[in-house]
Design a protein around this ligand. Structure first.
Ligand SMILES: [Zn+2]
Length: 199
């Protein structure tokens, strides 16, 4: 047998099992596990689903953000309309001769939220405050690249970043450079978050 034949080399280099067809693979970037759990894609993509493995469907559900992809202004507008829609008589007259300016649409307990749309999707649902967009589009995108949303604190961002680098680095993949683009995205996203003082 010729051990130096190109065919033999190719076989030897291949360390990982064939990836599953994309239809059944987990939609989480870089995850090779079967995606057997469905998760809704969200606003304007009703009826569309991601397929995740158990770990990633849990993670997705914990960070699910209905407003993903909307600008801060859009979210504020949506909230304002929701306020008007749900409670037409909301705070009528409160401002008259009152305590001065009150920002519309961000009053914590001013309206009923039967769908739970504005509640933070934190695990356990402990935080019932209305969700407020805190970040600009670039930071939000960067968080999404890391698989996080605006509820992530600096510690979480750092930890997630380290996880990704560990997972995607060629050294951790037997020299496989096919994940480099994804790694570059992760690093770029982390830089954005760092310069926004979020990480
Ligand atoms: Zn997965």
């Amino acid at each position: 047998m010729d051990l130096n034949s190109p065919i033999f080399k190719r076989i030897r280099v291949k360390r990982e099992p064939e990836p599953l067809p994309s239809a059944t693979r987990c939609d989480h970037p870089g995850c090779e596990v079967t995606g057997e759990f469905r998760a809704p894609k969200g606003r304007l993509r009703e009826g569309q689903y991601f397929c995740f493995c158990l770990d990633h469907v849990k993670e997705y559900n914990a960070s699910y953000n209905y407003f993903r992809g909307m600008t801060d202004d859009d979210v504020a507008k949506y909230q304002k309309e929701a306020v008007v829609g749900h409670r037409p008589t909301w705070n009528m007259g409160v401002n008259r001769g009152g305590k001065g300016h009150r920002e519309e649409g961000v009053e914590p307990d001013a309206f009923v939220d039967p769908m739970g749309i504005f509640r933070n999707r934190t695990p356990g649902g402990a935080d019932a405050q209305p969700r407020r967009p805190r970040y600009g589009l670039a930071a939000t995108k960067a968080l999404n690249t890391l698989g996080l949303d605006e509820t992530a604190d600096a510690e979480t961002i750092k930890a997630r970043y380290k996880d990704w680098v560990k997972k995607l680095h060629p050294d951790a993949n037997g020299g496989d450079r096919s994940l480099e683009d994804r790694l570059r995205e992760i690093i770029q996203a982390y830089k954005v978050l760092k310069s926004a003082k979020l990480a």
